[in-house]
Ligand binder design. Sequence first.
Ligand code: SF4
Length: 384
Amino acid sequence: MKQFGIYIHWPFCEFKCPYCDFNSHVEESIDEGRWLAAYLSELNRYANTTSKRTVTSIFFGGGTPSLMGSETLGEIIKAISDRWNLCKNAEITLEANPSSAEKNKFIEFKQNGVTRLSLGVQSLDEDSLLFLGRKHSVLEAKEAAILASEVFDRFSLDVIYGLPGQSPTKWKRELAEIFKLVTTHISAYQLTIEPGTQFYRDKVQTGGEAVEKKMFDYTYDLLEKKNLNAYEISNFAKPGHECLHNCTYWTGDDYLGIGPGSHGRITKSDFNYLGLETYATLGIKSPKKWLENVEEKGSGDLRTSKLKPSERIDELIICGLRMAKGLDTGKFFSQTGISLYDVINKEKLLTFKERGWVKQNKDTLFLTHKGRSFLNYLAVDLLA
Ligand code: SF4
């Protein structure tokens, strides 16, 4: 079955982390009732054109959506199930921070429909937490992870590595500790310094390419030995515990983006047979303006644009190569009407195969472990 996800963006946090380039804001007071009404209004708008679809996943991201009241979240899930066919076993993920974690709230979220928790612990080292500007301690991170494991059958920990001064040995120890807390899903991201962040303004340097490569290799080795497969470049899961919602993005299936700055993809051929037309939607970034626009004009969209065939092809290849299973050539054809091997650079493909970076079998094209270290470079060259 085709996946169809709904992403809900809650743009507020208790504090702004210095490395964060997400659309997250700190506000003294939030009128949750107004926000709920706006989310419901946007869901109504999208339901007008997509309600015949089956929703396979919902993802509450942010920001810190666990700051939202559990009843607000429950109302949103109910509105989705009233307007669409919500799959019986739909994956409903909520992102949470250890500092906003309390057992009662986790239980309430579960009672209101959440089936999976993604907990942003980021580190199990006090100095690293301090450097990352996090407000929780190692103990709080551990307690929150234990709570999450008691309440949810499916949960994940988010961690960051490649911090300045962090040695591969230190990361090894930390990763082993992390694995004691969660054995089914870990998202491990290398620290990147993004423009617009406090780290960027402070000219923070990451650990350096050679050290990061060692940590990347070590992360893969340890987690794969523990049967957590690197199903995506930064995501490791036991079979059956992969995040289906994120797989929807990487495999090029459709999703709605509801909330400030959120992205969506809607392929029109799926519901009114207009042909292979994929539309990219983008919400207004400012929470205040998004809310006012929804209330006054009935839409929080900044724009909806039809993707050019070349744009669609590029994103399918770049996203597909992030996944261990790679690009499904049959699916690629059904999404674009073009054969994958007609659009990628054949000479480069041959070179990368000879170097052991890329492999092909009957139906797929995928990167080897070695090739995954060069993902960005490889994808750009294959598209040249
Ligand atoms: S809690 Fe998450 S979303 Fe909020 S500022 Fe920190 S990293 Fe960004």
